[in-house]
Design a protein around this ligand. Structure first.
Ligand SMILES: [Zn+2]
Length: 465
């Protein structure tokens, strides 16, 4: 197993809140593009994008030098609209994640709209940020048409939003709202899933990720009770939900940012209260056999089928994510009642746990962006076989890598999500209350900036109503 793939696998396992029992060569949807180099089919690409709420990854370019530190920059409506379009990229057309446009050296420097931070010395408290448009100065010599951007320019420092959200230990004292998209947003008014309940135990307590939107937390409790009382399931071990104020996380998960996602272990709950230490150390059970592309019938039981079916049965639940081998097993076990299968979506990882995602809850209208609805098709047959092929470990001889040109440097990793690319309301979510986390001023966004700069500064698109 290559180092990159190993790291991917480990990251995904950490993301899922499970410990490694044996090193399956599989990855969480978070890092899908690293698993297979070949192009995914439109259906797979569309679903991958839909479930992760993924946006186009940034190209890693530094911010241009003309953005002054300490100022907040604002998208024009036009730039916002362009981003919204990218976000809502036609799923049916190709579904593929398209690379962003590359800026051309020598593109004219556009005017920049600068939003003065309200905290500048002459700003009155509560005053609205002042918006100034800076036109290029015609008296100054203009850059030659094809000049390279100066290489010595230092980009202003960016504070990764995951550090700010990771520092929030308690929820915001605001009304409950899920704000933004599943992979780029935050959560106001979170509540905690109690670490012990009549039919569940929360795991990995040190992560402090047992926080969710009240609707989701209620749903998890309901699933635990229903599956115990009606299906005879011994109880749920619940992995990651969200941080106290949602948002990006220091480790793992691209999604889980709105408090609307919950990981539930496929390991049945033991018939006793686990200690805190055990909740950190116990390894989850893989459902796969030695081929990695089929469930082990000694481990994956009719009880698991019923549990996942139960989870998919609630109207609030829009998707349940499982490994393709589990999806295939469900297709085979479902019999004639198949409507629920459409919500159960195959994706890498998810063989130690399944992932429940509910839709935007009441009270979050206008700020929570709904995900692409499932098609209603049960997803069995050809579709699940395509997923199985995709996760089948490669067993052939090592493939030769194309030679690198001399002086080749690998592209830098995409920059982290910053507050500028989250909805503005997420700043209030972070800062509110005595346990709030102060958000330092940062360059916000760039009007008409080269297209390649936009993805990592991209705002989470929120619904219009
Ligand atoms: Zn998850």
């Amino acid at each position: 197993m290559g180092l990159k793939r190993w790291l991917t696998t480990m990251t995904c396992l950490m993301a899922a809140g499970v410990a490694l029992e044996r090193p399956h060569v599989l990855a969480d949807y978070v890092s899908l593009p690293t698993v297979h180099a070949e192009e995914p089919s439109p259906a797979i690409a569309a679903e991958t994008k839909a479930v992760a709420g993924a946006t186009v990854a940034g190209a890693g370019e530094p911010l241009p030098q003309f953005i002054p530190g300490g100022h907040e920059l604002k998208f024009s409506n036009e730039a916002e609209a362009a981003d919204a379009e990218t976000d809502a990229a036609p799923q049916a057309a190709t579904g593929a994640i398209v690379p962003s446009a590359v800026p051309h050296a020598g593109d004219a420097v556009p005017p920049v709209v600068v939003e003065q931070a309200a905290a500048t010395p002459d700003a009155k408290p509560g005053a609205k940020p002042q918006v100034i448009t800076i036109e290029p100065d015609p008296t100054l010599p203009q850059a030659p048409a094809k000049a390279e951007p100066a290489k010595t320019a230092k980009p202003p420092p960016l504070v990764p939003a995951k550090e700010l959200f990771g520092a929030a230990k308690k929820p915001s004292p605001l009304a409950a709202r899920a704000i933004g998209t599943y992979a780029r947003g935050c959560l106001a008014g979170a509540v905690a899933l109690p670490v012990d309940g009549p039919a569940w135990q929360a795991m990995r307590l040190s992560r402090n990720r047992n926080w969710g939107h009240p609707t989701l937390v209620k749903l998890v409790e309901q699933l635990a009770l229903d599956s115990k009382e009606r299906d005879g399931w011994p109880g749920l071990l619940v992995g990651d939900i969200s941080q106290p104020r949602g948002g990006p996380m220091l480790t793992g998960h691209a999604s889980h940012q709105l408090g609307l996602d919950a990981d539930v272990w496929l390991t049945p709950m033991p018939n006793r209260r686990l200690t805190r230490r055990e909740r950190e150390d116990i390894a989850a059970t893989s459902m796969l056999d030695s081929t990695d592309i089929a469930v082990d019938p000694k481990v994956f039981t009719p009880g698991h089928v019923q549990l996942i079916k139960r989870a998919a049965s609630y109207p609030q639940v829009e998707r349940v994510l499982v490994h393709p081998a589990i999806k295939k097993a469900l297709c085979e076990a479902a019999g004639t009642d198949r409507a629920w299968l459409g919500k159960v979506r195959p994706i890498q990882g998810h063989y130690y746990h399944f992932h429940i995602r509910i839709g935007c809850p009441a009270g979050s209208a206008g700020v929570c962006k709904p995900q692409v609805p499932v098609t209603g098709d049960d997803g069995c047959g050809k579709e699940v076989e395509e997923w199985i092929a995709r996760v089948t470990p490669y067993k052939g001889p090592p493939k030769p890598r194309p030679p690198r040109p001399p002086g080749y440097k690998p592209p830098p990793p995409p920059p982290p999500i910053t507050m500028a690319s989250l909805p503005d309301a997420c700043t209030a979510v972070l800062e509110s209350g005595p346990d709030g986390v102060a958000v330092p001023p940062e360059p916000k966004a760039i009007v008409n900036a080269p297209a390649a700069l936009k993805p990592h500064l991209k705002k989470a698109h929120t619904a219009k109503n």
